[in-house]
Design a protein around this ligand. Structure first.
Ligand code: F3S
Length: 312
């Protein structure tokens, strides 16, 4: 057995489910409790354990309208769907509830408004062109350009006017870098910083925590944009950063061996990660840790002299 030496465990205060995810899951729970059959359009959120749990309750995620079951209520995923698909659902009088996060919806509405009111501006969406949120945003303005790197921003032609929106889960520092490049591309830059607050506070929390601990564990879906961003941010600040999908991924001797050399660990989780996963990881580490002092914002906080994580 490998014993960890007095490891301190710090859970970031801002981690796990955001309001958009909670809202969507509450809608599903309510319908399910009332006995409604439920289907979800696309992956509700990018988290394997949540999707597995939905499936176990008979709630399937479908990929196209062909799989629609007329006896079930359709839930639109948190990332939204393209305009044309929504139109088709309405036209076919499909019984659906839109659980698109209002902050994602806001991005789509901004793109739609600019496209209809200002034909002379180049709409620029900063984000991953394959992410459902961005696919849906682009559907509101087929002429919009999507970029996701500084190189792509440098390659853009100069324009009379550019209007920018961002993927809600974007790294705030990356967004600022792109904006500074765009300032050299036009004298008329309209900036819509649509990065959501849940993303910002989770990123700020891990930026502060990561350099102050020996290692960091980021919990989240491997296809979750905001979890990947958290991982990259943590990795820049702390090379001993691990990205796992769920707490059970930690039950490996290799991992436990690695952890045995650290005196402190910070834990954070993406906006689609259930809070229970963070608690399970804390518990697992505590159980491995003979004299561990626990310092976490989930429970009563114990002050460790020399370490102050006020803004975790
Ligand atoms: Fe919404 Fe932000 Fe969560 S856009 S779904 S509150 S990560």
């Amino acid at each position: 057995m490998i014993w960890l030496q007095s490891m301190k465990i710090y859970a970031a205060k801002e981690a796990g489910f955001c309001f958009g995810v909670k809202r969507a899951l509450e809608v599903i729970d309510r319908l399910h409790e009332l006995g409604h059959g439920v289907q979800v359009y696309g992956q509700l959120i990018h988290n394997r354990s949540v999707l597995d749990d939905l499936k176990a309750r008979g709630i399937d995620c479908i990929d196209s309208s062909k799989e629609l079951d007329a006896n079930k209520t359709l839930i639109i995923r948190t990332h939204g769907i393209p305009k044309e698909i929504e139109k088709t659902l309405k036209k076919n009088k499909v019984n659906y509830v839109d659980a698109t996060c209002p902050l994602v919806k806001k991005v789509h509405k901004i793109v739609e408004k600019i496209a209809s009111q200002n034909k002379n501006t180049q709409i620029l969406i900063i984000g991953d062109k394959n992410h459902p949120e961005i696919v849906a945003a682009k559907s509101y303005s087929p002429d919009a350009l999507i970029i996701n790197s500084q190189e792509e921003a440098h390659r853009l032609e100069n324009k009379d006017s550019i209007s920018v929106v961002a993927q809600t889960t974007m790294d705030a520092d990356f967004f600022e870098k792109i904006i500074s490049i765009l300032k050299g591309k036009t004298g008329n830059l309209h900036i819509h910083n649509t990065i959501c607050k849940a993303t910002k506070v989770r990123q700020e929390a891990i930026k502060k925590l990561a350099p102050q601990v020996d290692s960091v564990i980021v919990v989240g879906g491997k296809n979750s944009a905001n979890s990947k961003k958290l991982y990259n941010i943590a990795l820049q600040k702390n090379k001993n950063t691990f990205f796992i999908e769920k707490s059970s991924d930690l039950h490996h001797t290799d991992f436990i061996e690695k952890m045995s050399s650290f005196r402190s660990v910070g834990i954070t989780a993406g906006a689609s990660t259930p809070p229970g996963e963070i608690e399970k990881i804390e518990k697992l580490l505590r159980n491995l840790n003979i004299n561990a002092g626990k310092e976490t914002n989930h429970g009563r906080r114990k002050r460790n002299p020399g370490h102050e994580y006020r803004n975790q």
